[in-house]
Design a protein around this ligand. Structure first.
Ligand SMILES: *Cc1c(COP(=O)(O)O)cnc(C)c1O
Length: 378
């Protein structure tokens, strides 16, 4: 038997999340952001759920190549553009839309001689201060891209630093300031604009663009701290699950795991789960982090090990070896685990380890394999 851990990728949830986002953005087109191997879900695995998207957005040329090889015929946007002049040959061959955020990229385009004009996004820096043209460089880049015969300027884009801002907060002020900067820098550009990530799309109805760029919401994780994904009508696209591989009865005062971090306040039953930080479960998860055993949420008890975690089963006495455990998914949201661990769902889903077997589900969740019979435990 292999270790019982596995990740399920719910293609139907991706499809449904995309439809939920599309319903929020009537008349607008959506880039489905699939960078970082579709946020750890596997680019090829999620593609079937993204049929209704208008394009894919990513930043790795090899991932663009994979999307084309998997049969994706619609547009593909390179969110960070080219990393070298010769990348433009790949852009042309694969029919990609490239971003220009930096003067060097503009020079590469000016020197290129593609057979057809290349579709280009111009990225403006409106206050995020990572990528994009700011100040006088912005209208200059815009003017140059508009006249270069090898360029078809497809849209002007920006990215918000605080798109999940609640009305009336300082962050909401930042959204307004960035939008005003965009209007100023984009001058008399009346063509398409691309502004919104998931958070902006879901929480800033005043922001309307032509091509929104949702990522995290497609995978069913909330882009807004403290607001559960379910409130946006989003469904988890990943389940990380395993089983109990041992149970220990410990006396009051006994300690569990490395560093003896968790100490039993009463006689306790400890469940040992085949999932550790080498599977991508966050080692920093504290005692109390939610874990679902047989559908009941129980607290993590003790430090996360490389291959195992330990949970307190004292209040779920019927739990036994072989029982199913959900680390995150529909029962325990990835955001709840992330919040306990002081991070975000993005990081956890991107960090599921290569050793975890992955199964694609499109429709009803796959039934757990029958519980291994006695003597057959992993
Ligand atoms: C990653 C990314 C997105 C998607 O952001 P989410 O928060 O995952 O929706 C959108 N735009 C750009 C430029 C990005 O890099």
């Amino acid at each position: 038997m292999p270790r019982p851990i596995e990740a399920l990728i719910h293609v139907d949830a991706v499809r449904q999340n995309l439809a939920t986002l599309a319903a929020r953005a009537p008349g607008r087109r959506l880039w489905a952001v699939v960078k970082a191997n579709a946020y750890g879900h596997g680019l090829e695995r999620v593609l079937r759920g993204l049929d209704a998207a208008d394009g894919l957005a990513l930043l790795d040329l090899a991932e663009a190549e994979r999307a084309r090889a998997a049969g994706w015929r619609k547009p593909i946007l390179l969110l960070e553009g080219c990393f070298a002049a010769r990348d433009l040959e790949v852009v042309e061959r694969l029919g990609l839309t490239t971003t220009v955020h930096e003067p060097g990229q503009l020079q590469w385009l000016a020197a290129a001689r593609p057979a057809q004009p290349l579709p280009v996004y111009l990225k403006l820096n409106t206050g995020m201060n990572r990528l994009g043209f700011a100040g006088a460089a912005a209208p200059a880049a815009l003017a140059q891209l508009r006249v270069l015969p090898q360029v078809e300027l497809a849209a002007v884009a920006m990215h918000f630093a605080n798109a999940d801002a609640a009305p009336g907060t300082a962050q909401a002020g930042s959204v307004a300031v960035q939008l005003a900067a965009f209007e100023r820098l984009a001058g008399n550009w009346r063509g398409a604009r691309s502004l919104c990530n998931s958070a902006a799309l879901l929480t800033q109805p005043q922001l309307v663009d032509d091509w929104a760029r949702p990522g995290i919401a497609l995978y069913g994780s909330s882009p807004v701290a403290g607001v559960p994904a379910i409130r946006f009508g989003l469904r988890a696209a990943m389940t990380l699950r395993s089983r109990l591989i041992a149970v220990q009865d410990v006396a009051a005062g006994a300690a569990v795991g490395y560093g003896s971090r968790w100490v039993a306040a009463r006689a306790a039953r400890i469940g040992i789960v085949a999932c550790g930080y080498a599977d991508g479960y966050p080692r920093v998860a504290p005692d109390g982090t939610p874990v679902a055993v047989n559908g009941s949420v129980v607290p993590l008890a003790g430090r996360v090990s490389m291959d195992m975690i330990t949970v307190d089963l004292t209040d779920t006495p019927q739990a036994q070896v072989g029982d199913p455990v959900e680390l995150w998914g529909a029962q325990v949201s990835i955001d709840a685990v992330a919040e306990a661990a002081g991070t975000v769902g993005y990081e956890l889903m991107c960090a599921v380890a290569a050793r975890v077997p992955v199964r694609v589900v499109d429709g009803a969740p796959a039934a757990l394999a029958p519980r291994p019979s006695a003597g057959d435990h992993p």
